[in-house]
Design a protein around this ligand. Structure first.
Ligand SMILES: [Zn+2]
Length: 111
């Protein structure tokens, strides 16, 4: 029920100065062209997105995993660790307080 109400109250938002203004944009979400970071053997894409009243960075990456399972697991663990560090570095403390995930708040209360 709450989800249905949220959908009904969505309003159209205008293009941003930075958005792609093409098929990547929708009525309720606007997206920039991808910013590409090439590294040795991998590639990552950053996209600026505006949904409702919130702008955020969407990050995708393709990083080849080693054929050795042990090394591949180390790669996954390292990538996860560095993503956590990235979030801690890039998300300002004030934004973390303002945009706290409501599900995390529920989990905290339940614990
Ligand atoms: Zn747009």
């Amino acid at each position: 029920m709450a989800r249905t109400m949220a959908r009904l109250t969505r309003r159209e938002i205008p293009h941003a100065k930075w958005c792609a203004r093409d098929h990547r944009c929708g009525i309720t979400e606007h997206r920039s062209a991808d910013l590409t970071a090439d590294g040795i053997g991998g590639r990552a894409w950053l996209t600026r997105v505006r949904a409702a009243d919130v702008d955020y960075i969407e990050i995708r990456a393709r990083i080849p995993l080693h054929s050795n399972e042990k090394v591949a697991r180390w790669q996954l663990a390292t990538a996860l660790h560095l993503m956590r560090e990235l979030l801690a570095e890039v998300v300002p403390r004030i934004a973390r307080l303002q945009h706290r995930d409501p599900l995390q708040a529920i989990d905290r209360r339940a614990a």
